[in-house]
Design a protein around this ligand. Structure first.
Ligand code: FES
Length: 527
């Protein structure tokens, strides 16, 4: 395994400056880079859990499959998750039941339960050494929420066929007072070790994987990648947010940054489980941020406790007057209060989550296309949504009946999509206004080493970064997707788009879609 120091450019390994525990504890999973024109039955774009599961399922059904990934396997958002495997949906079953009805709520529960089971079966079948465990999950109240919410959730989960129970307290965790709902038979694993096992199995089944291979010009006939042509009969875009579509899906889901800390806890102090609170009911954001916690084996004596939360819409952290770089501290304070046995913090990172307006992922044919399929809208259940994506798309391509496909189809219309859209779209539209983040600098001279900013220069918005050697880099701050003005994220050292979540490294390289191209460099002389 490479040490952090040996890994010179973190943003080439993952989509941010901070390295997650998963990435730090796994040798980079690398395959050859595409260097010629090729053809295949199915082209899968994206080497995270959704793309690899799709490739695996299709190979099992006898298809010829090629997967391409612009970084390394798991270097996108799959490597920045906390890898909860849950049928406890974070948008709450009572909301899903209200929106979709009891039968679809039951189907949603059934599908996530089946996804956990699929992962467990695959781990066993493929002998994947990824520390998969079945654990209990406990949902407890956020201080802003009322007991009535737990009662409603209990009833809705029973309607959905989940065997939940109301408990007087969380077992072995007196620091979190009050009643909670027990979700039995949840799961957890080491996500990158799991993806490594899936990738190895794909290669054993004669699937082709290319890493550091960047897709452009995606159409119903294939795409170009690294300048070469890939011809395919079907194309699956599994890139967290679709990079094939300019508008449609990006008006139905919204990007959020979520924060994670990971620190040591003695194994004698806690039993592995998943813990979640019900989220801040008074939040600025439509998608109410909540806390999520789990354990992972660290060494013989310690677990690593992974705690996440403090979410905000990408590029809009300042709306709460809490900058990106301050959110880990707030998260640590909350975690130490609820988990006082937490010792030294070893890792901090953040990830990007796409929040669909009506809680369900978008899995199926890309609206308007026959041969292009998408998997997106991971929400807080990315591991199970990604797995379901692979199962459903494989069935669709094989013309096989799938009972969940209708629930997740991307061109669905629900009342919430119509209603909530107005609020979210207003927030997005505001970002087109000529606005520069509060606390930003006024001139390039104020920029310190290893600092970036978006500034006004000669009537233009310019994204600037000064490196450790005082070298200055300047780019147009206009997002190449649809023209919003980027914001500097001092935590992950990236330029983030407040509209649909595109992100770029401090050197202007695209690391999150929907943008597919890098920032435009500007010729610039410091005065
Ligand atoms: Fe759409 Fe930037 S991501 S305008």
């Amino acid at each position: 395994m490479q040490s952090l120091n040996e890994r010179k450019n973190n943003d080439e390994i993952t989509s941010g400056e901070h390295i997650s525990f998963w990435i730090d504890s796994t040798e980079s999973i690398v395959f050859e880079t595409l260097k010629q024109d090729i053809s295949t039955d199915v082209l899968v774009i994206g080497g995270g859990i959704a793309g690899l599961t799709t490739a695996y399922c299709l190979l099992q059904s006898g298809k010829k499959v090629t997967l391409i990934e612009d970084g390394f396997i798991g270097s996108g958002e799959s490597g920045r998750t906390t890898a909860h495997l849950a049928n406890a949906l974070d948008d709450r079953y009572y909301e899903i039941e209200k929106l979709f009805g009891k039968e679809k709520s039951r189907l949603a529960a059934e599908s996530h339960t089946a996804a956990i089971q699929w992962i467990e079966n695959t781990v066993i079948k493929e002998h994947i050494d990824c520390n998969f465990k079945r654990v209990n999950g406990y949902l407890f109240l956020h201080p802003s929420d009322k007991f009535e919410s737990l009662e409603k959730e209990l009833e809705a989960t029973h309607n959905a066929g989940i065997n939940t129970q109301l408990l007087d307290h969380i077992p072995n965790l007196p620091s979190v007072g009050g009643k909670c709902i027990l979700f039995p038979q949840q799961g957890q694993f080491h996500i990158l070790h799991y993806l490594k096992g899936l990738a190895e199995s794909i290669v054993r089944q004669r699937g082709k994987i290319y890493t550091q291979t960047h897709a452009t010009e995606i159409s119903e006939k294939g795409c170009r990648a690294n300048g070469y042509k890939i011809a395919a009969n079907q194309i699956v875009v599994a890139t967290n947010t679709p990079v094939n579509d300019l508008v449609t899906i990006h008006t139905r889901q919204f990007p959020y940054r979520t924060y994670v800390i990971a620190g040591k806890v003695l194994k004698t102090q806690l039993t592995p489980a998943l813990w979640w609170d019900t989220g801040d009911q008074n939040s600025t954001w439509n998608s109410q941020p909540y806390h999520y916690v789990r354990l992972e084996d660290f060494d013989d004596e310690y677990y690593l406790l992974l705690s996440g939360g403090e979410d905000h819409k990408t590029g809009q952290a300042d709306k709460e007057n809490i900058a990106e770089e301050d959110r880990h501290k707030i998260l640590e304070r909350w975690t130490r209060e609820k988990f006082p046995m937490l010792e030294e913090i070893l890792y901090r990172w953040s990830g990007q989550v796409m929040e669909p307006l009506d809680s369900m992922a978008f899995i199926g044919r890309n609206p308007g296309d026959q041969n292009v399929f998408i998997i997106t809208g991971d929400s807080g259940n990315g591991m199970t949504h990604g797995t379901l994506g692979g199962i459903i798309i494989s069935d669709l391509i094989n013309n096989k009946e799938n009972t969940w496909a209708h629930l997740y189809k991307p061109n669905r219309t629900t009342l919430k999509i119509a209603g909530e859209y107005i609020k979210e779209a207003a927030s997005m539209a505001a970002q087109y206004i000529d606005w520069v983040k509060k606390g930003g600098i006024n001139s390039i001279q104020e920029l310190k080493k290893d600092e970036g900013a978006v500034i006004n220069l000669h009537m233009k918005k310019v994204a600037v970064y000064r490196d450790e050697n005082e070298e200055l880099y300047a780019y147009s701050a206009v997002c190449p997707h649809l023209g919003c003005i980027l914001q500097w994220n001092a935590d992950e050292r990236s330029f983030d788009c407040p509209c649909h979540g595109s992100r770029f490294t401090k050197y202007g390289r695209v690391i999150n879609g929907p943008a597919t191209s890098d920032l435009t460099p500007l010729d610039f002389q410091e005065e």
